[in-house]
Design a protein around this ligand. Sequence first.
Ligand SMILES: [Zn+2]
Ligand SMILES: [Zn+2]
Length: 327
Amino acid sequence: MRAMVLKKIGAPLEWTELADPMPGPGEIRVKVAACGVCRTDLHVVDGELPDLKLPIIPGHEIVGRIDAIGPGVKGLSVGQRVGVPWLGHTCGACDYCVGGHENLCDRPLFTGYTRNGGYATATIADARFTFPLGEEGGDVALAPLLCAGLIGWRSLTIAGDGQRLGLYGFGAAAHIVAQVARWQGRTVFAFTRPGDVTTQTFARSLGAAWAGGSDEMPPEPLDAAIIFATVGDLVPIALTAVCRGGRVVCAGIHMSDIPSFPYRLLWEERQLVSVANLTRQDGINFLKIAPQVGIVTETTSYPLDQANQALADLRAGRFEGAAVLVP
Ligand SMILES: [Zn+2]
Ligand SMILES: [Zn+2]
């Protein structure tokens, strides 16, 4: 197999030839057809996440077909199309796992971070943490659903039922969440980098009732806001934009420091929460409604060996929607 491997923090990924891995007990080998590029991958290559073990193959929005099955795997077959998400493994025994919060497991493995991911021609996955995808939809179009979609869905659920929803940072996740929220009958307000007219137009094309810079206040107070951008300065701004009892959800795995802010921004039962990872149930729920919503993902494809370019373009905001690597 071949892969784009992170060997040193901050260095470009290296195109590397590796021995074909064999699936162990409970595992499958997936021939990768497409792998989305997520903002979290930038945090991995930049060394912003703790306990990174090198070398590692990034990538956790994997669509592919099973081409080998390890002992003890039930219900999956060779040739079947599956998705491999961020949550790669949990212990199944800690209080969080037993209590239905496996996203907070004491001993998890994360695809493309603490176990090898999908910037490769093949990957090994724990079969229980993969999702059968069926045959509807193209591989590239589906890839962003595996993280941007799933984490976006969990964030939207945790944001509550509020009618007026603000989305700060209109990238891969928000462009999917906007479509789901519109389908649910909500009103979407999109916030981009100030002056990013292209992305604001893109947000309106996906049904946003209003789009503007993150330095602007929405035309009416929000019931909830989800912050997808990795910018801590947005927290007090979003708290200012939500109404009494409103909720602000931080959806990213990493964020710059949050500046201090007056207590009155939190007063009146405003809530500030974060979202971490996903549960398998999130995946099942989201992948069930995705076809009903008719989600259309905006993607830019790159050959697998151009992963460094895809990461650079994501960092610079050079495309709308999501980048997807194709081996
Ligand atoms: Zn656990
Ligand atoms: Zn991700």
